[in-house]
Design a protein around this ligand. Structure first.
Ligand SMILES: Cc1cc2nc3c(=O)[nH]c(=O)nc-3n(C[C@H](O)[C@H](O)[C@H](O)COP(=O)(O)OP(=O)(O)OC[C@H]3O[C@@H](n4cnc5c(N)ncnc54)[C@H](O)[C@@H]3O)c2cc1C
Length: 474
């Protein structure tokens, strides 16, 4: 940072998009909130506050709503519920949150004319990295990006695309202690005077009002996927409350039930992580504290494996693989074996519509699809089965790949995340190894209804999905 590093924020989290001197006579330091939609435990916000305190300026936070590829009303609703809480909590700290429907970099560039410098949060996917590049080219003040949604910054974790969990695990473990510390949550010295800084602002305290203003201004939001507020309300406060419920009553069952889809003993944090409504550092710090107190260290280790190793492997994939959303990025051995079996007879062929409506001959699969479509979530173990079966029912592995990715991102609240791309890829052999050769799958790992029936209580899962779907629509 012009030769300085952040003092409250680990220097390795900070990427300089545009350096130079801060603007003289500026009115505020601007935090462009995009991936870390929370008022606390947020290194990007801490850097903005630290710089503002140094310059004796207030902090203004801005969030641009825009058309995001594949996002539906379900996603916008969850996000806006979160922004309502975030705005209120920031206001209590003297920090306004300005929200506008506009292409993000344009909105931020317009505000940046009054800013000493701009801080933004971390981006790993094409649209969001592109916005940051355009912003840096459009402004004449410093722009810093802070990796605030991973525990170990991606470039520190590894300098290349990793093959598998086994290759990144040791690297993450050797570095994680440097980043697992209580977030500073700095106090702002100069609160902002008011929020009348820009035309056309939306009022985030009213999510329904924001949605109707957007729609009446002629912007279309795909409303073919219903919101699931009753079951999964968005928001940083909600996330923290739900996580403490998990620690208090469910972490103890995590290792035993992690692969039992009829139970509810995982954290349910993926959707909150997707919108940055909770910090992964906060989750691990709290989980470790709780595990030490309650002697649940082995459960903590299993949770750590998912949240740190699996999740940050996905970030590694999207950061180092520009084709992260393409079939062509899958490992060569996997594409080769799938190609060799491309002509194998398929068990059935279903249309996209039959799949999305859960009208296959497989009752387990239909229940998975129902959970996803009606509730916006699905337990990890059945996500694997859900994906593997579509490979068997599609004309080609390429078709299966695009269908799975489209459904994943359309229905899941945690869709459109690096974990979406890495895990859909996993169905086709990404981050995995060759197994015994079979029809259609070749050497890619299979999952069968028989195996699922043996390992899980599927009748109880079907009942659970029925209960949840009725609850969503009650
Ligand atoms: C086909 C398929 C598609 C998937 N699509 C997504 C997706 O779109 N978005 C998404 O966040 N996850 C996805 N996953 C990973 C995983 O299923 C979900 O993260 C998990 O089910 C979320 O539930 P939880 O928060 O209760 O997880 P927990 O078991 O409580 O795990 C804690 C956290 O660890 C992370 N995590 C857990 N498993 C994985 C994993 N396999 N890969 C990366 N991170 C993981 C998540 O952030 C999760 O919140 C997918 C998995 C498969 C097999």
């Amino acid at each position: 940072m012009s030769g300085r590093t952040g003092e409250s924020v680990e220097a390795e989290r900070i990427v300089t998009h545009r350096g130079g001197e801060v603007r003289r006579g500026a009115k505020f330091v601007l935090y462009w909130m995009q991936t870390s939609q929370r008022p606390w435990d947020n290194p990007a916000l801490d850097l903005a506050i630290e710089q503002a305190n140094r310059l004796r300026l207030p902090v203004v936070t801005a969030f641009a709503l825009t058309h995001y590829p594949e996002a539906t009303l379900r996603h916008y609703t969850f996000m806006l519920e979160g922004l309502a809480q975030t705005q209120r909590l920031l206001a209590e700290r003297g920090i306004p949150l300005l929200v506008k429907w506009q292409e993000p970099w344009r909105f931020i560039a317009a505000l940046a004319g009054d800013a000493a410098l701009v801080v933004c949060d971390g981006a790993y996917l094409r649209p969001t990295t592109e916005w940051r590049r355009k912003l840096a080219a459009a402004v004449d003040c410093p722009v810093y990006e802070v990796e605030s949604d991973v525990v170990v910054p991606v470039r520190v974790a590894s300098d290349k695309r990793e093959f598998a969990a086994r290759t990144i695990r040791k690297k993450l473990r050797s570095k994680v202690d440097d980043y697992l510390r209580e977030p500073p949550n700095l106090e702002l010295l100069v609160p902002a005077p008011g929020t009348d800084l820009h035309d056309g602002l939306l009022d985030p305290s009213d999510p329904a009002g924001v949605l109707s203003s957007i729609q009446s201004a002629g912007h279309t939001i795909d409303d073919s996927v219903h919101p699931v507020t009753r079951l999964y309300p968005g928001g940083p406060e909600t996330a923290l409350r739900r996580f403490s419920g998990f620690l208090e009553s469910r972490l103890r069952h995590y290792s035993a039930h992690r692969n039992q889809p009829h139970t509810d003993d995982t954290s349910g944090m993926s959707m909150y992580l997707q919108y940055g409504q909770i910090s992964p550092v906060r989750l691990l710090v709290e989980a470790l504290r709780h595990a030490e107190r309650s002697h649940h260290q082995s459960q903590y280790e299993d949770f750590f494996e998912e949240l740190l190793v699996r999740r940050e492997l996905a970030y590694n994939y999207c950061h180092y693989e520009p084709r992260y959303d393409r079939y062509e990025a899958l490992p060569e051995w996997a594409r080769k074996t799938l190609e060799e079996h491309a002509g194998d007879e398929r068990e059935s062929h279903y249309t996209d519509e039959e799949l999305e409506n859960g009208r296959t001959s497989d009752a387990y699969w239909n229940a998975c699809m129902r959970e996803m479509r009606e509730t916006g979530y699905m337990h990890n173990y059945v996500r694997m089965y859900w994906g593997k079966r579509v490979l068997l029912w599609s004309a080609s592995p390429q078709q299966a790949y695009s269908r799975l990715l489209a459904m994943n991102n359309r229905y899941f609240l945690d869709g459109l995340n690096p974990a979406s791309y890495a895990n859909v890829g996993w169905i086709f052999g990404l981050h995995d190894r060759p197994w015994t050769e079979r029809a259609v799958y070749g050497k890619v790992r299979i999952m069968t209804p028989g195996g699922l029936k043996r390992k899980c209580d599927m009748p109880a899962y079907i009942e659970k999905v029925d209960r949840l779907a009725r609850f969503v629509h009650a």
